[in-house]
Design a protein around this ligand. Structure first.
Ligand SMILES: Cc1cc2nc3c(=O)[nH]c(=O)nc-3n(C[C@H](O)[C@H](O)[C@H](O)COP(=O)(O)OP(=O)(O)OC[C@H]3O[C@@H](n4cnc5c(N)ncnc54)[C@H](O)[C@@H]3O)c2cc1C
Length: 392
C-alpha cells in the first residue's frame, strides 16, 4: 500500500506489525524508548491455533530452536516437600520461549522490512486530514500516514490519544529476574506460596541460570517506574516473612540489574482507534497473566496489517477491531482471576487449589486440563491476506 507508518514500541506487537506491514509494501519506522531489544521477562508460550500464525510468519522454526522445553512445575510447601504440580501443558503451552528471545527473533525477522530507532519516544502528535505530525524526544519531527501505539501497558500513544485512566488495577504486582540456578532445576520449576504471595523459580535452556517470578497482592503501591532500588525494597518488604528458599532469592535480588516489575492491570477501551492513530497489543487490551498477551498481540498485528492492505484506514481499523474484540474480551475475563489463582489469599485456599490440581493433573484428567488452558488461545482459522509477490 506504500503508506508511511510509525510504530511506537519494539516489544512483541511492534516488531510483528513491522514485519507484516513491510511485507504488504508499507514504509515502516519503529521507535523504541529502550536502547535496544529488552532482555528481561520470564517465559511466554503459544498454544492451539496460535501455532498456525507463527508458521505463516516464518518464525516457528526459530522459536522452536530457542524453546525452553520446560517440564512440569512442582508446588512445594515451606519444607520443600511436593504438594501438587502444574503440568507443562498448563504453564508452558505447546511451545514456550523466554520473552527476551522472542523479542530478539521478532526484531531480527522484521528488521529488513522496517527502520528501527532505539532510545527515542513520541512526545506529541497532531492529526490532520492527510497525516499525523509527530514530534520526538530526540529525533526530528516527521509526518506519517498512520501512527500505531504498540507501546505496552503504559502506552504513551494511548495517553496522547485517549487521555489517562484506561487501566484497571487487578490488585497484584508481578516481578521477574534472573539468578544462578542453585536449585538443581533441569527444564523444571518449583513454586511456593504464602497467603497472597507466589514465588516461582524455573530453569530450562541455560542450566546455570534460573528465572524467578514473584507475585503479591497489594493495594496499588507508590513507586517510580524507573526506580530499581525502590522496586527491590517493595519486593523485599512484601516477601520478608515467606519461607522455603525465599530469603536466598531476596538476597540475590539485591545484585540484580534487570528487573521486570509491573502491576497486573487490564487496559479497557471502548475503541482502539481515533482518526489515523490505532492501538495494538497490551497498549489496547492488556489482559494480565494467562490472557494470551503475546499470542493476541501477534494475531492483532497480522490482522491490522492485512486489513490495512485491503482498505482505507477507517474501514481497516473497524474490521481489525471486529476480529480482535471477541478473543480479547474472552481472555480478559479469564485473566481477571489469575492473581487469586496463583497467589491464593489464605492457607486454606492454597490447599484447596493444590488439591484441585492434584486431581486435574492425574492422567485421566490431563486432556480436560489441556483443553481448558488452550480454550482462550483458539481463535479459529486465520484470514488469508495475500502478500504482494517478492521482486528482485
Ligand atoms: C521488559 C518486559 C518484560 C516482560 N516480561 C513479562 C513477563 O515476564 N511475563 C508476562 O506475562 N509478560 C511480560 N511482559 C509483557 C508481555 O511482553 C506483553 O504482555 C505481550 O507480549 C504483548 O506485547 P506488547 O508488544 O503489546 O507489549 P510489551 O511487550 O510490553 O512491549 C511494549 C514496548 O514498548 C516500549 N515502550 C513503552 N513506552 C514507550 C514509549 N513511550 N515510546 C517508545 N517505546 C515505548 C517498551 O519498552 C516495550 O519494548 C513484559 C514486557 C516487557 C516490556
Amino acid at each position: 500500500m506504500n503508506r508511511s507508518v510509525l510504530i511506537s514500541g519494539a516489544g512483541i506487537a511492534g516488531p510483528s506489525l513491522a514485519y507484516w506491514l513491510g511485507r504488504h509494501g508499507d514504509r515502516v519506522t519503529v521507535v523504541e524508548q529502550a536502547p535496544g531489544p529488552r532482555a528481561s521477562g520470564s517465559a511466554v508460550d503459544f498454544r492451539g491455533d496460535q501455532l498456525a500464525l507463527l508458521t505463516r510468519m516464518g518464525v516457528l522454526e526459530k522459536i522452536r530452536e530457542a524453546q525452553t522445553g520446560m517440564g512440569d512445575q512442582v508446588i512445594v510447601n515451606a519444607a520443600g516437600r511436593r504438594r501438587s504440580a502444574y503440568p507443562a501443558a498448563v504453564f508452558s503451552g505447546e511451545v514456550e520461549i523466554d520473552r527476551a528471545d522472542l523479542a530478539r527473533i521478532l526484531h531480527d525477522h522484521s528488521a529488513p522490512h522496517a527502520e528501527y530507532v532505539f532510545g527515542d519516544r513520541v512526545t506529541a502528535m497532531t492529526q490532520h486530514a492527510d497525516g499525523v505530525d509527530v514530534t520526538f524526544a530526540r529525533g526530528a519531527a516527521r509526518r506519517y500516514d498512520i501512527v500505531v501505539g504498540a507501546d505496552g501497558l503504559h502506552s504513551a500513544v494511548r495517553g496522547l490519544t485517549f487521555g489517562a485512566g484506561h487501566t484497571h488495577y487487578l490488585g497484584y504486582h508481578a516481578a521477574s529476574f534472573e539468578v544462578a540456578n542453585t536449585f538443581g532445576l533441569d527444564h523444571s520449576g518449583v513454586i511456593h506460596n504464602a497467603p497472597n504471595r507466589y514465588v516461582g523459580v524455573a530453569s530450562a535452556r541455560d542450566a546455570g541460570r534460573a528465572i524467578v517470578s514473584l507475585m503479591f497482592a497489594t493495594p496499588e503501591p507508590a513507586y517510580r517506574r524507573d526506580d530499581l532500588d525502590g522496586q527491590k525494597s517493595l519486593l523485599a518488604r512484601h516477601f520478608a516473612d515467606v519461607g522455603w528458599r525465599t530469603p536466598e532469592l531476596l538476597a540475590a535480588l539485591r545484585d540484580v540489574t534487570e528487573l521486570y516489575f509491573a502491576p497486573l492491570s487490564q487496559v479497557r477501551l471502548d475503541r482502539w482507534s481515533s482518526g489515523r492513530v490505532v492501538l495494538l497489543g497490551d497498549a489496547a487490551w492488556c489482559a494480565g497473566p494467562g490472557g494470551n498477551g503475546t499470542g493476541h498481540a501477534m494475531l492483532g498485528a497480522y490482522t491490522l496489517a492485512g486489513e490495512l492492505a485491503r482498505a482505507g484506514h477507517e474501514t481497516a481499523f473497524a474490521r481489525y477491531e471486529e476480529v480482535m474484540r471477541p478473543p480479547v474480551t474472552k481472555s480478559q475475563k479469564f485473566a481477571a482471576g489469575a492473581g487469586k489463582h496463583l497467589a491464593p489469599p489464605t492457607e486454606k485456599a492454597i490447599r484447596r487449589r493444590d488439591r484441585t490440581f492434584r486431581v486435574l493433573s492425574s492422567r485421566p484428567m490431563t486432556g480436560l486440563l489441556t483443553w481448558l488452558s488452550t480454550r482462550t488461545a483458539d481463535t479459529g482459522e486465520l484470514t488469508d491476506y495475500p502478500l504482494p509477490a517478492v521482486t528482485g
